[in-house]
Design a protein around this ligand. Sequence first.
Ligand code: CP
Length: 292
Amino acid sequence: MQHLVDTNNFSEEQIAQLLHDAKTFKANRPSQLLRDKLLITLFFEASTRTRSSFEVAAKRLGAAVVHLDPSKSSSSKGESLEDTFANLCAMEPDGVIIRHSENETPQMLADMQMTSVINAGAGNYAHPTQALLDLFTLVEYFDGDIKGKTIAIVGDIVSSRVASSGIRLFTRMGMNVILVAPKPFMPQSDLPQYENLDDILDKVDVIMSLRAQLERHDTPHFDDYDEYAKHYCIDHKRLGDRNILVLHPGPVMRNIDISDEMLDDPRCKVLEQVKNGVYMRMAILKLLLLDS
Ligand code: CP
């Protein structure tokens, strides 16, 4: 039984297979490879993209999907997460896709060895399917040639599981990663760190902008996000005609993370990331449920 808690669960060969399968699924009509499979989604935090993308990916491959809404489940009567998970596993799904506020939850459930556990985002530690879909988007854009390319991750890095998983995966794939953030948003890291976004614009091939994750802040870091935007918003004035790919995992805070006009710019691939997310999650489900 293979789980996906973070991208380091996959070997180099498996990552290459995922990129190949995602590309194939994007080029060709999806098949019904998983028609006898059943997945359960269990999201303890809000999601637009990840939950619907997994559901679309599963259905495109012929799998059935059942969603349990924790707010309407017996969790609200005090049932523990372990008991909720064990009861769902008693129904013999082929996998449980979980999003949770605690970093350790997916590994804890995976260790129960009852079904394949797929991490759809946990705390600020890991969002492996986002990192893999971002890798797919980068590989596609650079025609496979990502080694030595430089990506700047900009924004609330310390709160971001997208950044955590992305940093681990992009460095493993040979990319240079640099961090750009005001001090309250900067994590402890050995990677190059910058406070001034304008200082790095001539050094990078890619900017990944991140939202300020207010729901993870104990106290407000900034009174005024318009002031923050003056320094960190990705806009036409700042980028000029530089050939920089602009990514964002969503949800985008318009005109704080990325300006309206930049979101419509061909250099900005936010919706392509979402499209690629379906194909990468199809590849991940195939690998976990069929090939492992
Ligand atoms: N990128 C991402 O995780 O988006 P959602 O929170 O909408 O799933």
